[in-house]
Ligand binder design. Structure first.
Ligand SMILES: [Zn+2]
Length: 444
């Protein structure tokens, strides 16, 4: 059965940025089989056609850094200094358990899919549950259990977390949709010995590594005092960049850090502008990284850090913050930002052979953004419309692996209201506590 879209403004996101102002795309099974201009359209090329009515068809968005289990903490202590150590770590110990993670993950994936996100990279706790939910919801994913040198909701110490990761990798290695990785929390929140063990694990099991890096001032201070290095220099000295590694944030990287990363083609950086700027940490040197040829994707970070899990919010902030920061309106064209949110993210996660562009032979991870809503008229430049005018509610249809996941703004396989009710039930034991805490924090 071949299904096609016609009358779509198609952004293929291929290397030449080929676009069809009025085009068609045909899917067969899980793959894209043809993309072209309406001048070449023939009814017989597909068994069934969906009329896009001028909507924008593009590759699915990739949220390359998130924590699906953190939905319950959204809008809690947003303006509180050093929230992570003072507030989130203790709260996690108190309330995070396996059922809550499963419910939160289902809700987070639903939110992402409704926003056109077709692939994600997740790290948190109880990641075996995250992987199961991701598989059930047909979400293309990289998933890893957080390894951190303290007691966590699901392990007493890093030995347990490493054993959990081994069991997890053994189960998920080879799955076509949900891929395991190893996820140290950050270079400063694990001992050097554990960081070395993690690298050996990645090599032995042939899985990528993801971690937060160059994010916190205290992280930078720690490495300067302990090693007289930057976190990036430290990771390089351990040999981390010889394996595929996905670095989240990288806000506080130096010019020489950028030059180091440019030497290693297996390294990618995930830019989380929303979370980085809400917490006043700064604007990562993304323009410089891209000019040095480093792979960059976009991420929302967790829902308590970035709040929304869609890439539209991030794309707009990438444009606005970088232009302002570098005092140059032309520094980040919309076209390049859409590329970071789609192809860049796919490459950052190692998915570029399968997805990231609308090209023949690629897996059909596709998003249709309607242009009929009030905020979407007129469209002179589809890239600019996506970055500056559109929002997640303009996403009409979403396909992953050639399967329809969102049909006319509704999830096909699950009901959002049900997922929300289930999550809310799981949160009742701490809602009152969180509200009181939130009031306390806002008065500090
Ligand atoms: Zn994070």
């Amino acid at each position: 059965m071949r299904i096609g879209y016609k009358n779509a403004w198609i952004l293929t996101m291929d290397d030449a940025f080929t676009e069809y102002r009025s085009g068609y795309l045909v899917m067969g099974e899980s793959l894209i089989v043809e993309v072209g201009s309406m001048h070449q359209f023939e009814e017989t090329k597909a068994d069934e056609w969906i009329d896009a009515q001028g909507g924008i068809l593009l590759p699915g968005f990739v949220n390359a850094h998130t924590h699906c289990g953190m939905i319950p903490f959204r809008s809690l202590g947003d303006d509180c200094p050093d929230r992570l150590r003072r507030f989130l770590f203790p709260l996690e110990q108190k309330v995070v358990d396996k059922p809550l993670i499963a419910k939160s993950t289902a809700y987070a994936i639903a939110e992402m899919q409704l926003a056109g996100v077709t692939a994600m990279c997740d790290m948190y706790y109880y990641e075996a549950s995250v992987a199961e939910v991701a598989k059930k919801m047909k979400m293309r994913s990289m998933v890893g259990e957080t390894i951190i040198d303290m007691k966590t909701p699901d392990s007493q110490n890093t030995d347990e977390a490493l054993a959990y990761t081994q069991a997890f990798v053994d189960i998920w290695k080879g799955d076509g949709l949900v891929h395991p990785l190893i996820a140290p929390h950050a270079p400063n929140t694990n001992t050097e010995d554990v960081m070395r063990a993690i690298l050996e694990f990645a090599k032995a099991n042939q899985v990528p590594i993801t971690l937060h890096v160059s994010e916190m001032n205290y992280e930078i201070d720690y490495f300067r005092k302990t090693y007289n290095q930057t976190p990036i220099e430290f990771l390089e000295s351990l040999g981390f960049f010889e394996v595929p590694v996905i670095l989240a944030h990288g806000i506080l990287m130096t010019e020489s850090d950028v030059e180091i990363l440019a030497k290693y083609p297996k390294v990618s950086v995930v830019h989380c502008i929303g979370a980085n700027t809400k917490s006043a940490k700064g604007v990562a040197p993304i323009r410089n990284l891209l000019d040095h040829g480093v792979t960059v994707g976009l991420g929302t970070d967790g829902p308590s850090s970035g709040n929304t899990l869609d890439l539209f919010t991030q794309m707009r902030m990438v444009a606005n913050f970088h232009k302002t920061h570098l005092n140059d309106r032309s520094i980040f064209p919309a076209k390049e930002i859409v590329s970071l949110a789609t192809k860049g993210g796919a490459k950052a996660l190692g998915f570029e052979k399968e997805v990231g562009t609308l090209e023949e032979g690629k897996k059909a991870d596709i998003v249709l953004v309607e242009t009929a809503s009030v905020n979407m008229f007129p469209v002179h430049d589809a890239y600019a419309a996506l970055v500056y005018s559109a929002n997640a509610f303009n996403v009409q249809d979403v396909w992953i692996n050639g399967e329809m996941i969102v049909d006319n703004k509704k999830l096909v396989n699950v009901t959002l209201e049900v997922l929300q009710r289930e999550l809310k039930e799981g949160m009742t034991m701490f809602e009152e506590y969180a509200f009181e805490l939130s009031k306390q924090l806002s008065f500090e």
